[in-house]
Design a binder for this molecule. Structure first.
Ligand code: ADP
Ligand code: MG
Length: 279
């Protein structure tokens, strides 16, 4: 099976009480996430991104439609732990995710809950901390760390459960540019090692580094494609109140000045490379 996550006709409504009108947060989404890929999901606030993420992690169950995680139906309660272990989740606020007073205990928390042997837990904790470049800080108290470091510890906690897929819901939203860079580096590293990445972000530069981009709008998938396909449709994105990556903006202005920057250049690095060779 080439898609690790398969979502078909998913509808999710909040507040179906007697008095309130239901809010349809996800409104008929069908989406496949390629195994081993790096998929970015973008969309303005309230477009249903977090709700969709929670459906993948079985934190929310479909109102209608189905969500399969590595072939497992999230509506099957018996598979809950296997699903959460397969698709780990990293949230926006690192402070809400760290539960222990020592970094390494925090990373051990997930594997402990899976009932893994202490020796194996030790190995996984050390390895995960090294992977996110936080091994040196393993004895520290999480509250003494920077936002970027905390978020990397949260990622290590997920990595220690050996998930095939990690869903990150705006993991860099509360970080400064340095912290964002640190987290993105780890995310790309994990992806290179074969972990499927689903990154929800409102930073277009981050999305431009993915190999698939999904645009959500009012609970639906509005666009889907490679970053090149998506970001070259700058006008449509702006009509949905979305920015385009800095490189796309700059490329447009260069074109107006007569520099023929190809439309598939959507990343700063690629633009710099092009301009260095342009005569
Ligand atoms: P996003 O992550 O794209 O900002 P969300 O999935 O958080 O979007 O929200 C989608 C819609 O669902 C919004 O209208 C939001 O107000 C509503 N919503 C989100 N969470 C809840 C909740 N727990 N109860 C009621 N409505 C909610
Ligand atoms: Mg959200």
């Amino acid at each position: 099976m080439n898609d690790i996550i398969e979502i078909r006709d998913l509808v999710l409504e909040y507040g179906q009480g007697e008095e309130e009108e239901a809010i349809r947060a996800v409104d008929g989404v069908s989406l496949s996430i390629p195994r081993g890929g790096f998929t970015a999901i973008i969309g303005r606030n309230g477009s249903g991104k977090s709700t969709l993420a929670k459906c993948i992690n079985a934190l929310l169950l479909p109102g209608s439609g189905v969500v399969y995680v590595d072939g497992m139906d999230t509506a099957d309660g018996d598979l809950l732990w296997e699903i959460r272990q397969t698709a780990g989740m990293v949230f926006q606020n690192p402070d809400n995710q760290l539960v222990s007073s020592i970094v390494e205990d925090d990373v051990a928390f997930g594997p402990e809950n899976l009932g893994i042997e202490p020796e194996e837990i030790r190995r996984r904790v050390d390895r995960s901390l090294r992977e996110v470049n936080m091994y040196e800080e393993r004895k520290k108290a999480p509250h003494l760390l920077s936002g970027g470091q905390k978020q990397r510890v949260a990622i290590a906690g997920v990595v220690a459960m050996r998930p095939s897929c990690i869903v990150l819901d705006e993991p860099t939203a509360m970080l400064d540019p340095y912290g964002r860079g640190e987290v993105m580096e780890i995310v790309e590293q994990l992806n290179k090692e074969g972990v499927t990445i689903v990154l929800i972000t409102h930073f277009m530069e981050e999305a431009a580094r993915a190999d698939k981009v999904v645009i959500m709008d009012r609970g639906r998938v509005a666009m889907e494609g490679t970053p090149e396909e998506i970001f070259s449709r700058a006008e449509e994105l702006r009509a949905m109140d979305l920015d385009v990556p800095f490189a796309v903006e700059l490329a447009e202005r260069l074109r107006r000045q007569g520099v023929p920057v190809p439309g598939e250049i959507v990343e700063t690095e690629a633009l710099v490379e092009y301009l260095c060779q342009y005569k």
